[in-house]
Design a protein. Structure first.
Length: 81
C-alpha cells in the first residue's frame, strides 16, 4: 500500500496475488531438483533467475520482483553442498 491505497501492478492485479503462481512454480522446480548434484542445482537456479527476473517479465514486473526475491531467499539452502 502506498499513501493508504493498494498498489496495483500494470495489469491491475495486486502484485502479491500475481506472484503466487510464479512462486508456486518456482518452488516446484526447487523441490524437484533438491536431491540433484550441486552442478544441476546451480543450472536450475540460474534458469529460475532468468525466468523470474523483473526485466524479463515486462507484463508484470512487480509480481516478478516478489517471486525473484522469494527465489533469492532460497539460494543458500538450495545451493549448499
Amino acid at each position: 500500500k502506498k499513501g493508504g491505497r493498494e498498489t496495483k501492478s500494470a495489469g491491475g492485479q495486486d502484485p502479491s496475488k500475481a506472484a503466487e503462481p510464479l512462486v508456486a512454480d518456482m518452488k516446484q522446480h526447487i523441490d524437484a531438483a533438491r536431491r540433484e548434484s550441486l552442478d544441476v542445482r546451480k543450472k536450475v537456479f540460474k534458469e529460475l533467475q532468468r525466468h523470474l527476473h523483473p526485466d524479463k517479465n515486462l507484463q508484470n514486473p512487480e509480481a516478478a520482483k516478489l517471486a525473484f526475491q522469494a527465489l533469492m531467499e532460497l539460494r543458500g539452502p538450495f545451493l549448499s553442498p
